[in-house]
Write a protein that binds this ligand. Structure first.
Ligand SMILES: NC(=O)C1=CN([C@@H]2O[C@H](COP(=O)(O)OP(=O)(O)OC[C@H]3O[C@@H](n4cnc5c(N)ncnc54)[C@H](OP(=O)(O)O)[C@@H]3O)[C@@H](O)[C@H]2O)C=CC1
Ligand SMILES: O=C(O)C1=N[C@H](C(=O)O)C[C@H](O)C1
Length: 248
């Protein structure tokens, strides 16, 4: 496959390595300094685009991919308020987009089990739940896209919760007071952390902690390349969940 990389930062560079190992060819690499090369004409040279750029640039990049009629895999987070519009555009105009807040297998297993756990915990209302996420200090968005997906899974499954709220906090800060119907997402920024997510169910008696720790970015990058392979020949709007089959 010929791949256009939209965003050539921490993720873009690892995706390039994995794509080459899997015998793909990188035909376009876009970062801030050569953003003028991101044209419909150049995009048409690719079979697929993979966007790991910034919350500020991702929507323009998606629009260009749609104009070039190139399927696009979107790993960039921090734009999910626009999801419905992008989904409609995709479906109304026959475009192809697959997005995911997290492309790693481990986190997608975590998403699935998190939903099952939330449903189970309806039987034990004396536990309250909270989500914690830790990322490196260069991260532009808070909460992480992954934490949003986790919190949405809890809101879907747990009858007592109907929305999430976010607090970007310093290590050791006092716990925030939230409304009983809200899921608190606590965001911490610590140097060099690739991504750690924990769901905590807490009661007076005990705590249950469910945690995913990324040791590096390789799982995210491999998942994005697998998504680019998976989407070939498909049309429409997909999430990374469509790529995995977790039925037992
Ligand atoms: N879904 C998932 O599994 C994962 C998602 N992410 C998300 O991916 C995104 C990128 O993460 P990361 O690689 O760590 O971030 P980086 O800051 O390392 O990289 C972002 C890149 O985007 C480039 N850029 C700036 N403007 C444009 C533009 N107009 N078009 C294309 N690229 C542009 C930057 O260029 P320059 O360096 O010149 O400024 C940089 O190369 C984030 O939103 C992050 O949350 C991250 C990991 C996993
Ligand atoms: O910015 C990052 O680094 C990451 N972003 C994604 C997110 O916002 O969830 C995925 C991963 O946790 C790393």
């Amino acid at each position: 496959m010929k791949i256009a990389l939209l965003g050539y930062g921490k993720m873009g560079k690892i995706i390039e390595q994995i794509a080459i190992e899997r015998k793909h060819e990188i035909v376009l690499k876009i970062e801030l300094t050569n953003a003028a090369d991101l044209t419909v004409e150049n995009l048409k040279k690719a079979d697929v685009a993979i966007d790991f750029s910034t919350p500020a640039t991702v929507l323009d990049n998606i629009a260009l991919c749609f104009e070039a009629k190139v399927p696009v895999i979107v790993g960039t987070t921090g734009w999910y308020g626009h999801l419905q519009r992008i989904k409609d555009e995709c479906e109304n105009n026959g475009r192809t987009l697959l997005y995911g807040s997290n492309f790693s297998v481990g986190v997608n297993v975590f998403f699935h089990v998190n939903k099952v756990l939330a449903k189970l915990m309806n039987n034990y209302p004396y536990y309250d739940v909270q989500v914690e996420e830790i990322h490196h200090t260069q991260k532009l968005d808070a909460p992480s896209g992954t934490a949003i997906t986790i919190a949405e899974g809890i809101v879907d499954g747990l009858d007592t919760k109907n929305e999430w709220v976010n607090v970007l906090t310093a290590e050791g800060a006092p716990a925030e007071v939230v409304k009983p119907e809200q899921v608190l997402i606590e965001s911490l920024r610590i140097e060099n952390v690739p991504g750690t997510h924990t769901v905590v169910y807490d009661s007076e008696i005990d705590s249950i902690e469910f945690k995913h720790t990324a040791h590096n970015r390789n799982g995210f990058a491999l998942g994005a390349v697998l998504a680019a392979e998976w989407v070939q020949g498909k049309k429409g709007f997909y999430s990374v969940k469509d790529m995995f089959n977790f039925s037992l």
